[in-house]
Design a protein around this ligand. Sequence first.
Ligand SMILES: Nc1nc2c(c(=O)[nH]1)N[C@H]1C(S)=C(S)[C@@H](COP(=O)(O)O)O[C@H]1N2
Ligand SMILES: [Mo]
Length: 543
Amino acid sequence: MSEARVSDDAPPRLLPGRVLWASAGVASAVLGAGLGELAAGALTLHQGPVVGAREAAAAALPAQFVIRDGIDIVPVVTGAPLVVLIGLLLVVLAAVAGVGAARGWRRPLVVGVVVLALGGIAVLLRPEPSLLELAPVVAGTLGFALGLVPLAGLLRRLGVAVDAGRVDAGRADGGRAAGTPPVPAATRRAFIGAATGVALAGVVAAVAGEVVGRGRRAVEQGRQLLRLTMVTPPTEPAGVGVGVEGVAPWTTPAEEFYRVDQAVVVPTIAAEDWTLRIHGEVEREVVVTYEELIEMTVREQWATLVGLRYEVGGDQVGNAWWSGVPTSALLARAGVLTGADAVVQTGADGWRCVTSTQVLGDPGRRALLAFAMNGEALPLEHGFPARTVVPGLYGGVSACKWVVEWEVTRLEAVADDFSDRPLQAPVRIGARIDVPEDGTTLPPGSVTVGGVAWAPPIGVGAVEVAVDDDGWQLADLGVAREHDAWAQWSATLDLEPGEHRVRVRARDRVGTQQEPEPLDDGAGATGLHEVTLTVDADADDEG
Ligand SMILES: Nc1nc2c(c(=O)[nH]1)N[C@H]1C(S)=C(S)[C@@H](COP(=O)(O)O)O[C@H]1N2
Ligand SMILES: [Mo]
């Protein structure tokens, strides 16, 4: 490892130049670890690099060494062996990278890539990996670079060579080798100051990450302790399923429910701290607390939510059982003044949307201020403590999560502020083929195709499928009693050998057909979902 000339008598002394370069690497690694932890905390991921290592260690330890305090796992043995091992490995790698930086960027780059890859693999090996969890690893690697580049630059500017101050024990005089002068004290001090600053920044970032992450854990714990006795668990209406494997489950589990928001940091508001302020053009300003909300008359209903940016065949659509208070009841408390026709809703993340009082104020439109999803308090990601759900309007114009403010106003007064989105965008009728997947090769015989279709707030009337340019045939529909929820559908097709295009379309209960052309007008997806299936006599039955 050491590149010092080998001597027969004694190994070379610790070399100040080399030590300074190695320290640059280690200080940068501290900054990287800190930024990784901050990224994890800010993204409110369950674990950052440090916590992750701690939990890995906890998992590896015998049970008696581990206590579980609610949702956190704390190894009793501090300095658990695995953490120490990982820490040591990182320190060694960082030192190697630091020393390598004296000669150019190749070695630190290689170390960075190795750490990135190892971290990435560790994340992907977790039970349910998500790409977002890579963020701390990436932040950590970037943080490392962020520290090393200026520190190496400083050392270079100060003229510190790796072998500066080297004592060549092999030399007869035992003294300093020519051309490798000692590092002057002032230079050393300047560098130590800078390196300490970098490392301290890392510690501050790590502490900040812990604080932010702990805030989330506290709110999550409070959420789990809520006893919402007025909320009933979801019971799927009989017959809604078509029993075809691979079709999206009729009830979308909260963990699988699509998520769209601009919140880099998921707002964490404790239930007891939450209020909704209703003000503006109202008879009286109203501030509703969580306790007051859940004590109002609760309504529960199935509703399918669709993203404004749902793409044909995509996954920005989900169906859940929502419990909440009709928005009409809340607006009635405040008393909407005549002429006021819009509500600007604001979420705790600062996101806003405008929704008409006609919709929010009409009990028949079934809009909810929801506090539970699928029988449990809203998950943090889906708007805890409360969010709006409006059947038949796209999420982006109505379904404000973490909602804290309703300003009753006039559409004309605020329309310009929302020019990025269509106003009042009603959900367009849609249908999706879930199975078989596009590009599947099948053996000859009959094939079952299936998927979901939606037409809130009217309800799905019929779903049809077409093979190539043959005519449309009716698909079987799960019982679609619900107006606001999607319907599962399936159809059995007999396909000739060769390649086929299978399309689906839906219509609502009053006969309105799904828009077949892709309009791309920003008001929600249009066009029909299609898949290409190949029937091949040699295909095995697995597909
Ligand atoms: N506060 C807040 N609410 C929001 C958003 C947001 O970014 N912030 N995104 C909206 C959009 S575009 C959609 S499609 C829905 C998605 O809700 P979900 O993430 O629970 O599926 O939330 C809406 N409500
Ligand atoms: Mo959306």
